[in-house]
Structures are given as C-alpha cells and as structure tokens.
Design a protein. Structure first.
Length: 337
C-alpha cells in the first residue's frame, strides 16, 4: 500500500502539451478514477505514473520516494491493460506464475500467492485451464491475478473493462470494488465512462484537455460541479445546460454574471405553469422515464419522471426548475456560487 503524489506534471509530445501542471495526491488505499473524454490525457497521466512515459517536467512520488526517473520495473506498481494479453499456451497458473519466476520469487512463495489470488478472484477451479477455455470476464480476472501476485504498492488500470459486454462490465465493476476492499490497496483507474467512475471511485479526477478540472468524491462532483464541463460530463442523461436569454427568455432571474444555467433532469418539474414545450421523445426505462421536451424557442430540456406518468410524445407540458438545484455558470464556464 502506498500514497502517490504528482507535482506539477507536464508532458509534451512535440508541440502538443498533453499534460498541463497536473498536481494530485492519492491517499493510501484510495480508489482514484481518472475520467474525461477521449484525448484528454488520462492514459498519458497513468503511463507517466507507471513510468511507461517520461515526464517533461514535474515529480512523481510513490510512498515518499521520488520515482520520476526510475524504471517502470522498479516502481513497485502493477498495471492491468484493456487488452489483457495472456500467454495462450500457458495455463492460468503459469500465466500468474510467469512474472514471479522472472523476478526470482521462490517456488513456495509463488504457490502461496497464486492460491491467495485465485481465492480472491474466484479462479481456484480454473488454474489448469488455458486462456482459450475461459470467458472474457475470467480472462480479465486472470490478468488482474497476474497483478495481485506481484504484491505491488499501487495497482494501475487502463480501461480494463472496455472489451467486455455491458452485463459483464457491470459484474466486473462490482468485483473490482470488492477486490479493492479485500486488498485494501491503492488503485488508480482510467476510464472514459462516467458511470464506472461514479460507481467505483472514492475520488474522481476529471481531466479536460490535459488539465485537472476537478477532484472530488462522486457525490461532490454530481452535486457541486466546479464548472460547466464537469456538470455536463458527470451524470446520465447529462445535466440540462441552458443559455440565459436565448433559451430561457425571462423565465429565470439568475446572478448578474451568469451566462448559462444548469439543471439536472430529476430537478425539472412538470406543472400547469412555467416554460411551455412539447414532448418530442419519451424514453421508458421501467422504473423511470425521460421526456425530451422541445421548448417554443427550440431548446431541448430533458425531464426525469417516475415511470408512472401517462404522458406521450406529442403532448404539451409546462416545466419549472427546482430553484435550489440550479447551477449558474459564467462566461468562462466556471460555476458561480
Ligand atoms: P486519453 O487517454 O484521455 O484518451 P491520451 O492520454 O491517450 O488521452 O492522449 C492525450 C493526448 O496526447 C492526445 O491528444 C493524444 O493524441 C496525444 N498522444 C498520446 N500519446 C501520444 C504519443 N505517443 N505521441 C504523440 N501524441 C500522443
């Protein structure tokens, strides 16, 4: 177990400034998720921690030791990739054992570690199988097992669930959370999927164009996003972000510097008065529905209902916003408080 400290990390690829002054403290035993749209620098940041990319500037400290210029193999980290690249001709046991053999770990100790990792990952019955005889989820568990047996100080995951189908992704998400609790290890996890970030993280780091937009717990980010970018990125369906004047006319009276307002679909209410609009599409999910309402000036507002409503596409509705749930953004996209 270990802490990870990033201090003013900059990374250039030629003239591309891929990481801009990134500073971050990862607490011992935390599950930290880097999230953001494709190309924002998540993988680059993870790879600099792993030592697979050098930094142009800044320092990386693991467990109080400066590792900025240390080789990946000497950083005491273990990385699980999206493509788990198991050796196809080797059994599950041999796949897990291989790295330990290379590192000169004694046979008895190797056995103990494999047994324990197999128990934690529910692979005990599968140790003699070849990867070809396993499901996608089982293969991913073997890849994680290979990491566990190394007893790393920090686990790094680069979109490890992207190759799995939707149902298996949900299952593996839960297994990874359970694994984190069982191992009590520091984990850093990269994903573009904000649902994965919300469900697994103790702390989410939202990256945008190589910079940290906000760091916080999932609920912090959901309820008090620091910017329009975070507000729009975290939450599904996304927060409604509306331009004052253009989209809303005089329906809302916000602080003077506010250019836009944000309101989540669950905080928009249907009533007899308010902004008039027409339901364009109704998405029924069973326990809830989402109404995609087009207002008179062609602005779309998404409304969450409890799934019991009798409304249909084409119906006219009036919308009001729960005032204490409004977010206000200035011209730079920063949240006004
Ligand atoms: P993400 O993981 O968030 O999708 P990346 O960290 O892979 O983003 O990439 C961040 C930016 O750096 C992108 O603009 C990408 O094109 C660029 N980049 C990544 N790796 C390299 C590389 N080896 N050479 C040049 N540019 C790179």
């Amino acid at each position: 177990m270990a802490t990870v400290e990033l201090s003013k990390i900059n990374k250039y690829y030629g003239s591309l400034h891929a990481l801009k002054d990134v500073s971050l403290s990862v607490a011992d035993g935390a599950f930290v998720v880097f999230v953001g749209p494709s190309g924002c620098g998540k993988s680059t940041l993870l790879r600099t921690i792993a030592g697979l990319e050098s930094v142009s500037d800044g320092t990386i400290t693991i467990d109080s030791k400066d590792v900025t210029d240390i080789e990946p193999a000497d950083r005491d980290l273990s990385m699980v990739f999206q493509s788990y690249a198991l050796y196809p001709h080797m059994s599950v046991r041999a796949n897990m054992e291989f790295g330990m053999k290379v590192n000169g770990i004694a046979p008895d100790e190797r056995k103990v570690r494999i047994k324990e990792a197999a128990r934690v990952l529910q692979l005990s019955e599968l140790l003699d199988r070849k990867p070809g005889q396993l499901s996608g989820g089982q293969r991913q568990r073997v890849a994680i097992g290979r990491s566990i047996v190394k007893n790393p100080k920090v686990f790094l995951f680069d979109e490890p669930l992207s190759n799995l189908d939707a149902k298996l992704r949900v299952q593996m998400r839960i297994e990874l959370e359970a694994l984190h609790k069982e191992l009590d290890a520091t984990m850093i996890y990269v994903t573009h999927d904000q649902v994965e970030a919300m469900t697994m993280a103790d702390q989410i780091v939202v990256l945008n164009a190589g910079q940290i937009e906000q760091v916080g717990s999932p609920m912090d980010l959901y309820h008090t996003p620091a910017s329009e970018f975070v507000a729009g990125f975290i939450g599904s369906p996304a927060m409604n972000i509306l331009t004052i004047g253009q989209d809303l006319g005089t329906a809302i009276s916000p602080p003077t510097k506010a250019i836009k307002i944000g309101i989540r679909p669950e905080h928009v209410q249907l009533g007899d008065t308010g902004i008039a609009g027409t339901i364009r599409v109704k998405e029924k999910l069973g326990s809830e529905s989402y109404l995609y309402v087009m207002t008179r000036n062609d602005t779309q507002i998404v409304v969450k209902t409890d799934g019991e409503d009798k409304l249909n596409a084409g119906d006219s509705v009036h919308l009001t916003f729960r005032e204490n749930r409004l977010h206000h953004f200035d011209a730079q996209g920063r949240t006004l408080t």
